[in-house]
Design a protein around this ligand. Structure first.
Ligand SMILES: Cc1cc2nc3c(=O)[nH]c(=O)nc-3n(C[C@H](O)[C@H](O)[C@H](O)COP(=O)(O)OP(=O)(O)OC[C@H]3O[C@@H](n4cnc5c(N)ncnc54)[C@H](O)[C@@H]3O)c2cc1C
Length: 607
């Protein structure tokens, strides 16, 4: 099955992505140029990614004592990706970018995530370089970011430490000025870093000439102690190999050493590393300590990092979505071809009758429609959020500000909803395959394993939920929630006019009211311990309400198209969501509204 018709419908018909060409930044673009990007990405994904998805899973990265070895297919895929220009898709023409809207960039990257998520399509490198384009000096942009955009260097994000994952305020990597005149280095104020960074994706490999680590570390205060909390965190560029101001390798290795590779459940095509910074394995100028160049101002490292969080989280949500879609397509194909059993009812037990294909069983159809509703709904969510990124960057001031705030509220959902429900879709894809789904002869088990990561990284499910209920829905006097409610109400007003949709419009209206009242009830005592005890059920209900809204909106858009099979599929998925999914919010919100402390209050010994 091809993703393209679904993508085209959502992008062009539902979201009217073509109208972005009216913005001066995208004026040179047209549907033709967008389609050309999709054609290229679809082809590279088909030729260089999909055939090797199993290869990168079975040939895990390994360390030969000197180098980390990856399959040749990974080298070829990443080379093709870099040559396509996608690493700098959104950047200005002057630096070799394509000046593409983010909506189009995100959609184009979906092809790679579906074909082989873990070969990696350079999102880390792009995110790293994009950050430097905003917060770096001109020299840092030229030496590091531009070489990342060209594919010569690759990038990482080094936030987590063995003892500091969700709680970044507890990082202990230390950065001290590198001698007198440390501020005069043309590459940026020069520091020496010491510490351990855990879980670093793409932290070591031979895919590129150099690896540019962006590292969070603390500069000690005047008393020599690390400043407690996030306030003390600064951001540094730490190249694996030292470079000069022309971006050439100097031949000196920086003091960053691979301490070990993590062996993962899935996503095995990307190395995951424990890195030791500054342990003295590779002394620079005879001295232990990894050389790092400050980005932005001291103590503002997290603020710089957060600049790219929205896009990184849309990237995670899109990866989860595409793994879900890959499993849906695989199980749909399987269900159409697997004969098993006979229809229920009269004659169903007659073994003389031919068997039917499992797609003819109601329960298998239920599992397929659930996958379609989860995954195509999630794709709509990601594209909608990507479009908000473009609004934020290029719309007029008021619309841009609304988009910013809406994104604040929707980003935890964009990251977490697909991570949970497209993973559930992968589980259903295995179920549709029966016993075969539980073997390595079919890809669905790998999709599930690959997808299991997404609820963990880029802020765990629990952390995203606390961000939503503890911060996002409250910020700026709750204006983000009001903006979202206004958009949902606009869809309700349209849908309520149509007899076949009125019942769904009413259900959505009730769900929206309930989310609003649950938000207030959660905070009625003003006690974070009570309000946030059920943050995850709150996020689940919030997410389901958002998805119900998007499905109704998508169904409305579909009405103006021919009433063909894809249209019937969209209406079916929308109905599935209202009949089988939206009612779940009742149970989720009940514990939120009553500030149920069943879990929170249970003493540790009782577990
Ligand atoms: C494959 C992989 C790739 C990764 N890539 C990178 C990378 O490139 N760069 C990078 O910096 N990091 C990376 N990470 C790290 C990832 O972001 C962390 O694993 C994640 O933030 C969770 O931290 P932790 O593993 O220490 O778990 P913990 O923070 O110890 O969390 C364990 C559990 O406790 C819960 N919990 C923790 N604190 C709270 C709280 N205050 N309230 C309620 N619940 C809480 C969490 O939700 C979770 O369920 C990667 C991780 C993996 C597995």
């Amino acid at each position: 099955m091809s993703l393209r018709p679904t993508l085209d419908f959502l992008l062009y018909h539902w979201l009217d992505a073509e109208s972005l060409n009216q913005r001066p930044r995208f004026a040179d673009h047209s549907r033709e140029t967008f389609d050309a990007v999709f054609d290229t990405c679809e082809r590279i994904a088909r030729e260089k990614y999909a055939p090797f998805n199993r290869t990168v899973d079975t040939q895990e990265p390994h360390f030969d004592g000197e180098k980390v070895i990856l399959p040749q297919a990974t080298h070829d895929a990443q080379k093709a990706y870099a040559e396509s220009g996608m690493l700098s898709a959104a950047q200005d023409y002057e630096i070799g970018g394509m000046q593409l809207p983010y909506t189009v960039e995100a959609a184009a990257n979906a092809f790679f995530a579906m074909a082989s998520v873990s070969i990696g399509s350079g999102l880390l490198t792009t995110g790293n370089a994009n950050l430097l384009m905003v917060h770096g000096t001109d020299m840092q942009k030229n030496v590091f970011a531009r070489n990342e955009f060209s594919g010569r260097f690759s990038g990482t994000m080094c936030l987590s430490e063995p003892q500091a994952g969700s709680s970044l305020s507890d990082v202990t990597t230390r950065a001290v000025p590198d001698g007198d005149g440390f501020e005069a280095d043309p590459l940026g104020s020069r520091y020496r870093l010491k510490g351990n960074k855990m879980w670093i994706s793409a932290g070591e490999h031979e895919l590129t000439e150099n690896i540019i680590h962006l590292v969070l570390a603390k500069i000690p205060g005047p008393d020599g102690k690390l400043i407690a909390g996030t306030r003390g965190i600064s951001l540094f560029i730490v190249p694996k190999k030292m470079v000069n101001t022309r971006g050439e390798l100097t031949g000196v290795r920086n003091d960053v050493a691979l301490a070990g590779l993590n062996h993962k459940l899935g996503w095995r095509g990307t190395t995951n590393t424990l890195l030791n910074f500054g342990e003295g394995k590779y002394p620079v100028d005879g001295q232990a300590g990894a050389v790092g160049y400050l980005v932005g101002k001291p103590h503002e490292g997290l603020r710089c990092m957060f600049h790219m969080m929205n896009e990184a989280r849309i990237g995670v949500g899109t990866a989860a979505t595409m793994l879900g879609i890959a499993g849906y397509y695989a199980s749909l194909d399987y269900a159409k071809n697997r004969p098993q059993g006979r229809p229920v009812g009269v004659g169903g037990k007659d073994a003389a009758q031919p068997q039917i294909r499992i797609i003819e069983h109601a329960d298998v159809k239920r599992m397929l429609l659930a996958q379609k509703a989860y995954c195509e709904g999630a794709l709509a969510l990601e594209l909608y959020c990507a479009r908000l990124v473009d609004e934020h960057h290029t719309a007029d001031a008021q619309a841009a500000d609304d988009a910013r705030l809406l994104l604040e509220v929707l980003t935890p959902i964009a990251k977490s909803w697909p991570s949970e429900w497209c993973l559930e879709a992968n589980s259903l894809a295995i179920q549709v395959h029966g016993g075969y789904g539980y073997t390595r002869d079919f890809l669905v088990e790998q999709y599930w394993r690959d997808n299991r990561l997404n609820m963990i990284h880029e802020g765990t499910h629990g952390i995203q939920a606390m961000d939503l209920l503890g911060r996002k829905v409250l910020m700026e006097g709750g204006r983000g929630l009001q903006l979202l409610a206004a958009r949902i109400n606009a869809t309700i007003e349209k849908a309520i006019q149509l007899p076949e949709f009125a019942v769904h419009a009413n259900a959505l209206g009730k769900a929206l009211q309930r989310v609003g009242s649950a938000t207030k009830a959660a905070w009625a005592t003003g006690e974070p311990g009570e309000a946030l005890a059920n943050a995850v059920p709150y996020m689940q209900a919030f997410g389901h309400t958002v998805l119900a809204w998007l499905w109704l909106d998508v169904a409305l858009a579909s009405l103006s198209l021919p009433q063909d099979a894809p249209h019937a599929g969209r209406i079916g998925a929308m109905r599935y969501f209202y009949h089988y999914e939206l009612p779940k919010i009742d149970a989720w919100l009940r514990v939120v509204e009553t500030r149920d402390l069943t879990c929170a209050d249970l003493p540790e010994e009782a577990f």
